[in-house]
Design a binder for this molecule. Structure first.
Ligand SMILES: Nc1nc2c(ncn2[C@@H]2O[C@H](COP(=O)(O)OP(=O)(O)O)[C@@H](O)[C@H]2O)c(=O)[nH]1
Ligand SMILES: [Mg+2]
Length: 388
């Protein structure tokens, strides 16, 4: 019997945007036990070998890994694991990435593709890769970039609308190429110039749904350079993957937010119907819980009980989330600094208590929170949830 919690990620990006290299680099960084308290194991010998091969080509090959080798291998299952104090290894949960090859993201794709739509419905989160190389071109108002803005981006956003209320991550690939010239705020401003981007962000802001913009680099600074729009590897430089673990780490914190909010809203509507008490939607989460359950503590307990098994990570977490998410955007960065130590302590406490799958999951969620918190410090512009 396999009861491990599984979360599925639908990953979209046109051909060449960096999906395969990103997965290989994330796998490399997270499959060895390093500074992080958790690690990944890709399911299937063949897939493990494949990712390792891609990574080897990436690091040592004269050329980049070839793009076409793997159309049939589009589903990747990563088991997230923790080594406890007793050195035993426990599984915590599983992430399934569906790599949607670029060709599927085009104007013709849409309602007719039932299988794809079903996969979107079943997914817990959508990850959209924004090609950093194209973004760089766009910043320079070059043809490639403008084409990307007017063709690729609207197509991607078209598909993104179908994910509806689930968390949405825009991951900017090839950040190493952008970073010497532009910062995230500048990139964000340019994206907002595309109306459909602004619209999707606005809609999600109004509905209070998680949305992020996360820069990553599968190779890190100095590994490659762009010459006439061709990506060239510098000789003798080893890759230092940048933030490749961050999108993964933000999945569960964002799912928790979305689930908790959904529950609060459902309770609000029920209370409204049953008792005929009209509860103003603009009350904040804590105020609502207090009104419904007499106290915030009781509300949190109730929320924790009502969450589907797959999203139960402990009362502490629900409370933590409600505390933090209520902070006004301007206070969030300062708050993130304050939370570094607190989260580190929590992480240490949780890892010391790992004795089974359930406690392993709590422990990885605590690690994820630390990583997410670090993102809020390093890139406050990354959070698109309260911008418009
Ligand atoms: N500089 C840089 N180039 C990258 C990075 N990731 C991918 N690339 C380039 O983009 C190409 C396409 O990446 P790939 O993962 O095959 O794209 P996919 O078609 O989306 O799977 C690679 O061959 C590299 O030239 C990165 O992090 N930094
Ligand atoms: Mg690929």
């Amino acid at each position: 019997m396999n009861t491990m919690n599984t979360y599925s990620v639908i990953m979209l990006g046109p051909r060449g945007s960096g999906k395969t290299v990103f997965l290989a680099s994330m796998h490399k960084k997270l499959s060895t036990q390093g500074k992080l308290d958790f690690f990944l194991k890709v399911d299937g010998e063949e897939k493990r070998k494949y990712l390792n091969k891609i990574n080897k080509e990436l690091v040592f090959g004269e050329k980049w890994p070839s793009a076409t080798q793997m159309s049939e291998l589009s589903e990747w299952e990563f088991t997230c694991r923790v080594q406890a104090k007793d050195l035993l290894i426990y599984n915590a949960c599983k992430f399934v990435y569906l790599d949607y090859a670029g060709d599927r993201v085009n104007t013709e794709m849409g309602e007719e593709d039932e299988e794809f739509n079903e996969q979107i419905r079943r997914a817990d989160i959508m990850l959209i890769l924004l090609d950093g190389q194209k973004l760089c071109s766009l910043m320079r108002r070059e043809k490639f970039g403008l084409e990307w803005l007017t063709d690729d981006l609207p197509n991607l956003l078209n598909v993104a609308q179908n994910i509806q209320n689930k968390p949405l991550h825009f991951v900017i690939s090839k950040w190493d190429i952008i970073e010497p010239h532009y910062n995230l705020q500048e990139i964000r401003n340019v994206l907002f110039q595309e109306e459909s981007f602004g619209n999707i962000v606005r809609k999600r802001n109004e509905a209070n749904k998680p949305i992020r913009l996360i820069p990553v680099s599968s190779v890190g600074k100095g590994f490659a350079k762009l010459e006439d729009n061709i990506m060239i590897k510098n000789v003798g430089v080893l890759p230092k993957p940048f933030q490749v673990e961050v999108p993964l780490a933000c999945i569960l914190p964002d799912i928790i937010q979305e689930q908790v909010d959904e529950l609060i809203e459902r309770i609000r509507q029920e209370e409204d119907k049953i008792k005929g008490i009209e509860i103003k939607p603009e009350l904040n989460r804590k105020e609502k819980l207090g009104r419904f359950f007499g106290s915030i503590g009781a509300g949190i307990k109730k929320i924790q009980e009502s969450l589907p098994q797959k999203y139960k990570f402990g009362e502490n977490l629900v409370e933590d989330f409600i505390e933090f998410v209520e902070k006004p955007a301007k206070e969030k960065e300062a708050e993130a600094y304050k939370r570094v130590e607190e989260l580190r302590a929590k992480q240490q406490e949780y890892i010391s208590k790992v004795v089974d799958e359930e406690t392993a999951l709590k422990s990885v969620v605590a690690s994820f929170q630390s990583i997410e918190n670090r993102l809020n410090i390093d890139f406050p512009e990354s959070d698109l949830s309260k911008v418009l």
